[in-house]
Design a protein around this ligand. Structure first.
Ligand code: NDP
Length: 244
């Protein structure tokens, strides 16, 4: 028998990487509204809403992650809910993609997730409970021209979540992937208008989503209601990936 996860509103310690803007910030705000104690990582100074603790960390740097976790643990206690959200793109077609374009995206999106999960899992194993949510992308399973690096990094998160599920499942820890489609954030605003139009025409829902629509799903998969869901890939993509 494992200890039950804290009920919503009982103030779990939640950490969202890359939570200073975009989808990560919306996720942080959803947990805050839930009554949890929320921390986010940021790289450069940013103004955060009241009630959210900002800790400086770069997910490509294990020492900065360790320092950030120590700060969160001192303020909020061991991290019970980890959302590995920090991510970047460096899109270009394969023949133009340098090895650095490939490895830097994988280092942030995939190895970065590994680093924070490894650090968080120590506390979760001790607590005998935890929720790990990995923010992947529809592109991880659907593929996308010009995104060999990004797709590889996002597909890799599925392997991480499923292996974690097998390794840590008996300790009251779940690991799931949330795979957003096209969400209106800085990342998609940077796409050329023509590309945005093309994407839009392929989405059954006929629109991009808001970051809040992703955040609600992340909050739910980290809740007690989702205690028996692990190793799953949950699409939030307006039907684009047809459930993969
Ligand atoms: P944004 O570009 O708006 O934000 C990215 C966040 O990641 C920022 O907080 C950024 O911090 C942080 N970050 C990037 N690199 C690092 C790093 N090395 N260390 C720490 N933090 C870092 O992206 P979105 O909000 O759109 O995306 C969030 C996640 O959702 C990403 O993983 C993305 O791949 C995924 N996603 C997004 C989709 C979309 O349509 N927008 C669709 C599918 C998935 P900083 O402010 O310091 O740069």
């Amino acid at each position: 028998m494992t200890a039950p996860a804290s009920a919503p509103g009982q103030g779990r310690s939640v950490l969202v990487t890359g939570g200073n803007r975009g989808i990560g910030l919306a996720i942080a705000q959803a947990f805050l509204a839930n009554g949890d104690k929320v921390a986010v990582t940021f790289r450069s100074a940013s103004v955060l809403p009241d009630g959210i603790l900002g800790v400086r960390a770069d997910v490509t740097d294990a020492a900065s992650i360790d320092a950030a976790f120590a700060e969160v643990e001192a303020a909020h206690g061991p991290v019970e809910v980890l959302v590995a959200n920090a991510g970047i793109t460096k899109d270009t077609l394969l023949l133009r993609m340098s090895e650095e374009d490939f490895t830097s995206v994988v280092d942030t999106n995939l190895t970065g997730a590994f680093r924070v999960i490894k650090r968080a899992s120590k506390g979760m194993i001790r607590l005998r409970r935890g929720r790990i949510v990995l923010i992947s992308s529809v592109v991880g399973l659907y593929g996308s021209p010009g995104q060999v690096n990004y797709a590889a990094s996002k597909a890799g998160l599925v392997g991480i979540a499923r292996s974690l599920t097998r390794e840590l499942g008996s300790r009251g820890i779940t690991a799931n992937v949330v795979a957003p489609g096209f969400i209106s954030t800085d990342m998609t605003a940077a796409l050329p208008e023509e590309t945005q139009k093309q994407y839009l025409s392929t989405i059954p829902a006929g629109r991009f989503a808001t970051a809040e629509e992703v955040a609600g799903v992340v909050r739910w998969v980290a809740s007690d209601e989702a205690a028996y869901i692990s190793g799953a890939v949950i699409p939030v993509d307006g039907g684009l990936g047809m459930g993969h």
